[in-house]
Design a protein around this ligand. Structure first.
Ligand code: ZN
Length: 306
């Protein structure tokens, strides 16, 4: 029976999923990422995991999502958090699995494809996805296809520079990126700054270490400072989503990543700002929460080859 492997390569873990051609997930597991020896160890690990879990006779395709811009031919200039430069994951895996169909794409693109295939985006042919985690990732799908762009930058919503007040430098080298304010890291940093300069009571003041989840939970429970901070940060995200709409006008916008676990509370705030920024049309794009959670990457990676 035909089997397809979807692999989501991250800086901490590599997730694997074995899929049947109708999209059923047969098995999933993960290993920790070891990118020592210029990545050699990681490719060996991936090869061994696939070999252990799928019979080579059944293996029809391997799709991969990687944390960096990937060109349409698979070439990657840099994966910052894997410390890998100028490599082609498709060619590398092809040497391990000659004759097997292999493809690679950026992890956010792959997550968008997964959501479109089996998640919140099912039934839509154009969508914008944003993932709110340690950083802000994004991807756009138009007429059913991932838009890669000329340099693989398409959908990098997190690095639109919208905050002119920002003084620190983003991981990309820019200043005022959406990533710096709307990521989990950004929300925590902004909230700590507000707490330090205000006298207002807040449940957050009792915490030793404030996490993004603490802030979102407090906001949900009506903590004024927490709620104001979440609103402030999500206003930037909503501006970026409005920019996406004015360029590709998708049928739906999807918000994923760990921060999106805050659910309706967060989506409602984003939607409220977003609607206020879409002034040219009465018809407002729905904003949904991603439904595949951490599995969107393996689903999308498998979809690259199914
Ligand atoms: Zn940036």
């Amino acid at each position: 029976m035909q089997r397809y492997v979807g692999i989501d390569i991250g800086g901490t873990n590599i997730k694997f999923g074995i899929f049947l051609n109708d999209g059923r997930l047969e098995k999933k597991w993960s290993i920790s990422t070891d990118f020592s020896d210029e990545g050699k160890k990681m490719w060996d690990d991936i090869y061994n995991e696939i070999k252990k879990n799928v019979s080579i006779d059944d293996l029809c395709g391997i799709g991969m999502g990687l944390p960096g811009p990937v060109l349409a031919d698979g070439f990657v200039e840099v994966c910052v958090n894997l410390d890998l430069h100028n490599f082609n994951p498709v060619q590398i895996m092809q040497a391990y699995f000659p004759g097997v169909r292999i493809r690679a794409a950026n992890d956010a693109n792959v997550a968008a494809l997964g959501e479109q295939w089996k998640g919140s985006g099912e039934g839509y042919t154009s969508l914008g996805l944003v993932t709110l985690g340690t950083g802000v990732g994004g991807a756009v799908i138009v007429d059913g296809d991932i838009v890669y762009g000329a340099s693989g930058l398409s959908g990098e919503i997190g690095h639109i520079q919208l905050n002119s007040e920002e003084t620190r430098t983003c991981t990309c080298g820019g200043k005022g990126c959406v990533d710096q304010i709307a990521s989990a890291t950004g929300i925590v940093r902004y909230t700590k700054e507000v707490l330090a300069r205000s006298q207002q009571d807040s449940a957050l003041r009792d915490k030793e270490q404030i996490t993004c989840k603490d802030i979102l939970d407090a906001g949900k429970e009506g903590d004024i400072i927490a709620d104001q901070c979440v609103r402030h940060c999500m206003k930037y995200l909503a501006k970026a989503l409005a920019a996406v709409t004015y360029i590709i006008d998708p049928e739906v916008l999807i918000v994923g990543g760990g921060v999106s676990n805050a659910g309706d509370y967060l989506i409602k705030i984003i939607k409220e700002y977003y609607d206020s920024f879409i002034t040219l049309s009465q018809k407002k794009t729905p904003i949904l929460r991603a439904s595949l959670g951490n599995d969107s990457g393996i689903y999308g990676a498998a979809k690259l080859v199914i």
